[in-house]
Structure formats: structure tokens, C-alpha cells
Ligand binder design. Sequence first.
Ligand code: FES
Length: 92
Amino acid sequence: MIQVTFITNDHKTVTAPENSNLLRVSLREKGGIPFKCGGGLCGTCKCRIERGQDQTDEVKAKERKHLSEAQLAEGYRMACQTFLRGDVAVSW
Ligand code: FES
């Protein structure tokens, strides 16, 4: 199991299986990351991986439509497109 900390939601911390989708964890555990489409289109789920960037999977083409190279370098991702290999802390 891995740990996900929702910094913007009072540092709420939950556990989830490895390779979980970040938005799904947020929905299941009431983490609070905003979303609309859940399918990589709207960009609403933009968030920043504050800790554990190296524990996330590769950036998808859909994310590059909403996030600049500079934002990606700063740890921004789209939660619905991000899968977790290890512990992360996320803000939005
Ligand atoms: S919820 Fe719409 S892009 Fe992620």
C-alpha cells in the first residue's frame, strides 16, 4: 500500500494500493481534488505533486494540452491521468 496526502484538504492522508489512479483515490477517500470529466479533457483536476514526483507514472499527451513544460517541471499533473507507484503529497 502507498500513502497519499491531500495537502489542500488539511493534509488528509489515506492509503491506497500501488498503481492507483490519483483522482480515483481522491474520489474514494474524499480527498477533494476538483474534477469534471475524469477523462483527461477538461483540465479541472490540475494539481501539483509536492512530494513524490518520482513516484508517479509518465506524463500523458492529454496532460501536455493543459500543462506547460515549466508546470510539468514544477510537479503539476492532471489527477485523472496520474497513477501512483509510491507515496505522494498533492496540492491544488
Ligand atoms: S477531470 Fe477533466 S481532465 Fe481530469
